[in-house]
Design a protein around this ligand. Structure first.
Ligand code: DGT
Ligand code: CA
Ligand code: CA
Ligand code: ZN
Length: 573
């Protein structure tokens, strides 16, 4: 997070307030703050962590809290709120670095531009130059901004790509020319980011299947189209490759195009050692080309005398050896999850009420949900005071009277402060059913300090879970430098679970970290960290991350039924 990012956020707010016709004083305050931050010689994130923002002239309580939220979470809920209130054509343009609300409004209203592509076209054909207050340089800046945006989105988050890919698969499946259809490539392996989406179709009428694919409603442009493969760009600018194979080659093709490339290379070596060769058409004997397998994917692995390997493990990280020895882990599944232990409500920075979150969790088939709002030092997003903690307990108890066959737990996401202490005293913490402790600031601290904070939190008998342990935001904020050995060891020894947070831009612990932690005996809580009812579905990304980390069901706290879970939580205390 750079000072200029913070300045840009503040300028955006000023622009949007201006579009809304808010008071000139407020607008000026944001512009002034942006200017000061831009010319600051110190790192604004450090100032925020040390609560020194208000030392800067022109920055008061309200702006300081928005900056703090932005540098800690990477988001500004106020800016998002303002952006959502704008016409859609304007808000899409705001995604471009360097294009603020004022310019976006100008482009939208004067030229009728509502999409990034339209703006790119207008800038290239010099249509922007004629607009009031738009300088020559602006067109160049706009084009550069669009380029940066496209680079930034070079690999897309799984959470963005998967719903789009599922839509395509669902739309192709009923087509008469489509016998089978699945995702392949990194998206089937559930990698945290995806280069392009790969889709595989089995069909005896490949031309019809390709035609169906390239004419789907969500297709914006066709990049390439042949008789058995095609590439398209969706309206969200996601690239999807589709290959069509004959039904008797389905299994071999699915195996081949699922990858990873490194996994396939290892598998090929194993095949060669057995006088076999493997390609996207099948598994064949080298001497007489006789086909050994190919119609079903698992047949390929079985013909090589190994267990069928789940796609999430196919990263050439020991899975082939394990499969050959019959020692693949029995991976946790989404259906093993009995409840969610990390969800926010409108009591802090969530959107929905406690009751709405409970209803949505129950509708997902869960047995329990822990409401875990933020704690008091996160004042900028309404962290709970101890009075509000008590009040919330009353509401949760009342709801539990009404909710049949479902249990609401009172949790908390308690902030781990800079010195490793927690936001509440032990007697307050003792009142929660489950306590998650998270670091939200000072993530850039040196290894010893950040590790000491985490270990101190784990040594507290009331802390059950460490939330999003590394603090990374994919593509935007690096993980903290915590000492993996020390943290996983402390987690195992203190009986503190490590969270696998399912927010698509967090996935934290990440897959490889989770695997290390599991090997050292740690337990996990796989959570959605939902800030709205629909986000409870992010659980699946947490589960896929756990699977990629070789995590088994018996290591997962929230795979336990509620009574066993509560016993386990109490055991630490
Ligand atoms: P991505 O798209 O960058 O997230 O990663 P993938 O794994 O989806 O890679 P992609 O789209 O280039 O190719 C899809 C799959 O096709 C890949 O996972 C394995 C297979 N594949 C691609 N190129 C090769 C290759 O040169 N050798 C082998 N054995 N397999 C390949
Ligand atoms: Ca791919
Ligand atoms: Ca591809
Ligand atoms: Zn958090």
């Amino acid at each position: 997070m750079k000072n200029e990012d913070v300045a840009e956020m503040l300028t955006d707010i000023a622009d949007m307030l201006e579009i809304k016709g808010e008071s000139p004083f407020r607008i000026r305050a944001y512009r002034e703050a942006a200017r000061r931050i831009e010319s600051l010689h110190e790192d604004v994130a450090t100032l925020a962590a040390e609560a020194r923002l208000k030392d800067i002239r022109g920055i008061g309580e309200s702006i300081a809290s928005k900056i703090t939220e932005f540098v800690t979470t990477g988001r500004s809920s106020y800016r998002d709120e303002l952006a959502q209130a704008l016409p859609k054509g304007i808000s899409e343009l705001l995604a471009i670095p360097g294009v603020g609300a004022r310019k976006a409004q100008l482009f939208h209203e004067q030229l009728g531009i509502s999409t990034i592509d339209e703006l790119e076209e207008a800038a290239k054909t010099h249509k922007l130059k004629g607009l009031p207050k738009i300088k020559e340089k602006t067109e160049q800046n706009v084009l550069e901004g669009i380029m940066r945006l496209k680079q930034r989105t070079g690999r897309m988050l799984l959470g963005l790509a998967l719903p789009a890919a599922e839509e395509v698969v669902d739309q192709l499946r009923p087509h008469p020319a489509v016998e089978r259809v699945e995702m392949g490539g990194s998206i089937r392996r559930m990698k945290e980011t995806i280069g392009d989406i790969d889709i595989l179709v089995a069909s005896s009428k490949p031309k019809d299947a390709i035609e169906a694919f390239t004419t789907l409603p969500n297709v914006k442009s066709v990049l390439a189209k042949g008789t058995t493969k095609a590439s398209v760009l969706t309206r969200q600018d996601l690239q999807i490759d589709c290959r069509v194979v004959s039904p008797d080659q389905w299994g071999a093709a699915l195996q081949y195009f699922t990858g990873s490339k490194e996994h396939n290379i290892q598998l090929r070596t194993i095949a060669e050692g057995r006088g076999l060769k493997i390609n996207e058409y099948g598994l064949f004997r080298t001497d007489n080309n006789e086909k050994v397998a190919g119609r079903e994917e698992c047949e390929i692995y079985e013909a090589l005398e190994m267990k069928c390997i789940p796609p999430e493990l196919r990263e050439a990280a020991g899975e082939i050896e394990a499969a050959a020895k019959g020692q693949l882990p029995s991976l946790v599944e989404l259906s093993d999850i009995r409840g969610d232990l990390h969800a926010h409500t409108n009591w802090s920075d969530g959107i929905n009420t406690i009751e709405e979150m409970a209803g949505a969790a129950k509708a997902l088939g869960y047995e329990y949900l822990a409401i875990s709002d933020h704690s008091v030092s996160m004042g900028f997003i309404h962290g709970l005071t101890t009075d509000r903690v008590r009040e919330q307990r009353g509401i949760i108890d009342d709801l539990n009277e009404k909710l049949d066959g479902f249990r609401l737990l009172q949790g908390i996401e308690v902030n781990i402060r800079g010195d490793g202490s927690l936001d509440y005293s032990d007697d307050v913490l003792a009142q929660f059913d489950v306590v998650t402790a998270s670091i939200h600031s000072g993530l850039g601290q040196p290894r010893e300090r950040i590790t000491a904070r985490m270990v101190a939190a784990m040594e507290n008998p009331h802390v059950n879970i460490i939330g999003h342990p590394s603090g990374r935001i994919i593509g935007r904020r690096d993980p903290s430098a915590f000492d993996e050995n020390a943290v996983y060891k402390a987690a195992a020894e203190t009986g503190t679970a490590l969270e696998i947070d399912g927010q698509p831009d967090r996935l934290d612990l990440k897959d490889s970290n989770a695997r290390q932690a599991a090997e050292r005996g740690a337990f996990f809580a796989i959570n959605s960290d939902a800030h709205a009812t629909a986000q409870l579905e992010y659980m699946r990304y947490g589960v896929s991350t756990a699977r990629r980390g070789w995590v088994e069901k018996d290591r997962v706290l929230n795979a336990l039924p509620v009574d066993k879970l509560l016993d386990r939580l109490k055991a630490k205390r």
